[in-house]
Design a protein around this ligand. Sequence first.
Ligand SMILES: [Ca+2]
Length: 191
Amino acid sequence: MVKFVFIVALVFIGNCFAYPEFQRFSQENSGRPINCAMCHVNGDGPEGASRGQIGSLTPVELNRLNAARGAFAPGMPVESPILNAFGNNIIRKIGKTKFLELRAHPEQLAEAYGFQSDLDEDGIPDAQEYLDGTNPLNRSHGNPWKLFVHNLNQYKLHIFLIILATVAGFYGLSNLLHGFAIQAESHEARN
Ligand SMILES: [Ca+2]
């Protein structure tokens, strides 16, 4: 019996409450370890009494939780206190009904959510971060190449100015040295 409980506990450790399908998909698709913090406030999921978990909610927050749980259609105001900005956005955009349907097809969540929203403004859409297994709320967490390209685009004016200043610096220095050489030559010629 103890062994059985232990095995069951092992199976459920790391799963996010009732919807582990999305976590599992993101993890398998990306090869990265995903914890519940991709969509929830608390990295250990919503069950418990810590911050962002059901046991810690005030009556006002419980009302918000119930309202979010009843947001079956897309476009409803959703502010669940156990979900983070990405989690709330998912329910807001596609509605709870569609979300529950997608449990059987977690690979379709990105398409249903759309690729317009980029909550952490790192240039990688939230939906892509779900597929890549990176944190959609952490702008320094993303596919390194995509982050590099985004930063390059964002700072291209700075980079251009640095190159310009460097080239101008070398040009000025070589002209200065050239000027010294002419002066030295004419001084030698006079003597
Ligand atoms: Ca992003």
